[in-house]
Design a protein. Structure first.
Lengths: 113, 112
């Protein structure tokens, strides 16, 4: 079990659907991250929130829309996704300092039909 | 730029040692090491900040050569539990939140 909780664990959606991924942490961390990981590849950074404000957007397509309602929650809203968006989506959190590890959730495995 | 990890894969017998390298062409502020088992989340191992200090955790240790912009992870007297994919994540500048760029990974298999 990890201290970062992601729901759902699995998601199958069509290209016209709208869905959301949820991430929650109660460690008091002020930075939260979304990563995308394809099979046998490293995690790729998508977004970083620091103190509930978007601080990094790695040129992610607008069909992915992040939201940080409060310091414990991070959402990723999905709309009109493509089959190539099928991947494991990982959430992580830390206090934002370089000498602190990022704690990862177990991820949401997303399949686009 | 993505750091380069080597080797891409290594097979060990229990008790053997291995070294995994992570190199960057750009100046680094920190290097983070993670291990990911199949179907699981990446698990933090250690962080190296510029300054060359060697860190250790049980029989896994790491170093950071600031001049070469290279970090090495040392697996000593490997155990079956060491199997997994090891990723280095590099941070080029200190900014709000850690922008980590992960290397391609090194797959480690430890056999009895």
């Amino acid at each position: 079990d990890t201290e970062v909780t992601q729901t759902p664990k699995h998601l199958v959606m069509g290209m016209t659907n709208k869905k959301s991924l949820k991430c929650e942490q109660h460690m008091g961390h002020r930075a939260m991250y979304w990563y995308k990981q394809k099979a046998k590849k490293p995690p790729e950074l998508m977004f970083v929130y620091s103190y509930e404000k978007l601080s990094i957007n790695e040129s992610v397509p607008s069909r992915f829309s992040p939201e940080c309602p409060n310091s414990s929650l991070l959402n990723l809203h999905l709309h009109a996704l493509q089959p190539e968006d099928s991947a494991l989506y990982l959430c992580a959190s830390n206090d934002g300092n370089s000498n602190q590890p990022q704690h990862f959730g177990d991820g949401t495995r997303l399949s686009i039909l | 730029q993505q750091p380069v990890q080597s080797p891409q894969a290594v097979i060990l017998r229990e008790g053997e040692d291995a070294v995994i390298n992570c190199s960057s062409s750009k100046a680094l502020y920190s290097v983070h090491w993670y291990r990911q088992k199949h179907g699981e989340a990446p698990v933090f191992l250690m962080i190296l900040l510029k300054g060359g200090e060697q860190k250790g955790h049980e029989k896994i240790s790491a170093s950071f050569n600031e001049k070469k912009q290279q970090s090495s992870l040392y697996l000593t007297a490997s155990q079956l539990s060491y199997s997994g994919t090891y990723f280095c994540g590099t941070e080029r500048v200190k900014a709000a939140g850690n922008k980590l760029t992960f290397g391609g990974g090194t797959r480690v298999l430890v056999k009895p």
